[in-house]
Design a protein around this ligand. Structure first.
Ligand code: FES
Length: 106
C-alpha cells in the first residue's frame, strides 16, 4: 500500500507499507526524516505529527479524543489536516495517500 511522505523541504519519498502498518512506523522503518515517534505509537507524544494531504484528509477515520488531545501539543502549527501518523493505519482504501511532514517535531 503506497504512501508518499513529503518533507518540509519538499523531498518526496514513496514507500510501500503492509496493511495494518501505521504511517509513523513506516517512516521510521524507511529512514524518512521528519517523523520521530518518540512514544512508539502510544499517543503519548506528538512527535509523529503530520499534515494529511487535503485530498486524503476526509477519507481517514476521524481522530478519537485521545488523538485530538495530543494534537494540542504539536511543535509545529496545528492545521485542520493535522493528524498523528501513528494513528493512521494502512488499509487498501488508503493506497496512494500523501502526508506532509512538519518543519519540526520538538
Ligand atoms: Fe507518540 Fe504518535 S508516536 S503519539
Amino acid at each position: 500500500i503506497s504512501v508518499t511522505y513529503v518533507e518540509a523541504n519538499g523531498a518526496q519519498h514513496v514507500v510501500d507499507l503492509p496493511e495494518g502498518e501505521n504511517v509513523m512506523r513506516g517512516a521510521l522503518d524507511n529512514g524518512i526524516d521528519g517523523i520521530v515517534g518518540e512514544c512508539g505509537g502510544g499517543l503519548a507524544c506528538a512527535t509523529c505529527h503530520c499534515y494529511v494531504d487535503d485530498e486524503w484528509a476526509d477519507r481517514l477515520p476521524a481522530a478519537d479524543q485521545a488523538e485530538l488531545d495530543m494534537l494540542e501539543s504539536t511543535s509545529s502549527e496545528r492545521k485542520p489536516t493535522s493528524r498523528l501518523s501513528c494513528q493512521i493505519v494502512m488499509a487498501p482504501a488508503l493506497d496512494g495517500i500523501v502526508v506532509h511532514l512538519p518543519e519540526a517535531q520538538y
